[in-house]
Design a protein around this ligand. Sequence first.
Ligand code: GAP
Length: 441
Amino acid sequence: MGEMIESNLESMSELVSLCKRRGYIFQSSEIYGGLASCWDYGPLGVELKNNVKSRWWKAMTYRPDIEGIDAAILMHPDVWKASGHIDNFTDPLVDCKNCKSRFRADNIDINAACSNCGKKDTFTEPRNFNLMFKTQMGPIEDTSADVYLRPETAQGIFVNFLNVQGTMRKKLPFGIAQIGKAFRNEITPGNFIFRTREFEQMEMQYFIKPGTQKEAMEDWKERRHKWHVDNGLRPENLRWAPHDSDNLAHYADMATDIEFKFPIGWGEMEGIHSRTDFDLKQHQEHSGKKLEYVDVMDGNKKYLPYVLETSVGCDRTLLALMCDAYRVENKGEDNERVVMRFHPAIAPIKVAVLPLSKKLEEPAKKLLEEIQMDYKCEYDVSQSIGKRYRRQDEIGTPYCITIDFDTLEDKAVTVRDRDSMVQERVPLDKISDYLRERLRF
Ligand code: GAP
């Protein structure tokens, strides 16, 4: 096999082109010239995303102390007044009076020339720009019908706190988890799917006794870090970024991010926030409904629980997984290959079934039918076997099964391992066991 030289992704554009070429991610509305910073997940992208979501869902909700929900994207507008998003969810913005470009005031030097048109002294005074998307509910267009697309999924959990606690008979500490779309009218979206205006969050609020937030923080920091490593991210590409006290969101008393080393530099992937009783208190006040928890373990004391939140972007996690998995091996040599070294649980396609000749389609299809309900498979009969392997390497398929003319005689197939490229002969009647052993997560 020779010495393996591994190199990593050098630029985001390399990944953008692989994503398009191999059916992971396309530009939204491409045939109309695209819509800025909006992306569509293609056939492989949606599999990858579903794998990320399912790993998170299992890690977070297949345990007795956490329940899942799926709340509506549209919520009562008072939710956003109570949560502080109407008043505080803003970024400072400046306009260039010459070319009308917009910038985040905290990202530029107001006295410098505009980076778009090159003119000096053209910036307006900074003003606060609310990041929520507003729309109208029903046919009457007046402000009483204003509703917002949620900028975080968390509020759907806070307003359902007592519904879940009561119906599921939960005692503190317990959590509520949810996966769903969130929308933010970001001033400067970009860097592929790193910052978009429509994205998916995977959030969990862990309701705890006030005063226990420090230990809850430590627990969840460890669990969430482990989750990323278990998905295949290399620990050296992860780091903690604690928020100092003057950099905290309006709801938090303690917070830290998990950052990943993207080709554009270190960037936030997940936030772990101690939100105190800020949200429940605000909703109690604005809705007029008591949201207190009755602590039967503590003399029926009534209080508002504190909340430890873990909030991770699904799209950003997926981007990190792709950046980390991308390797060019034996660069510049005859046997150079691009391989996505995904953890098998993350890989969109688990098995490729490759008959060496069209004449072998019958046994190949029979095998495919046997395994395709258990593993997402690709079936490929075109081009040379070398080219077919290369395609599977580039999309990160852990196992390729080749059916050749010997198969008709010895009732066995060749299985090729993506990472070692080692091939072994496996009897057809043992294939299910073989895959089950290696693809059990
Ligand atoms: N409920 C807390 C909350 O929303 P956040 O730090 O604003 O916290 C959490 O967002 C995560 O959501 C981020 O770490 C990031 O992964 C993801 N995220 C936030 N804004 C995003 C955007 N514009 N595009 C893609 N992902 C985003």
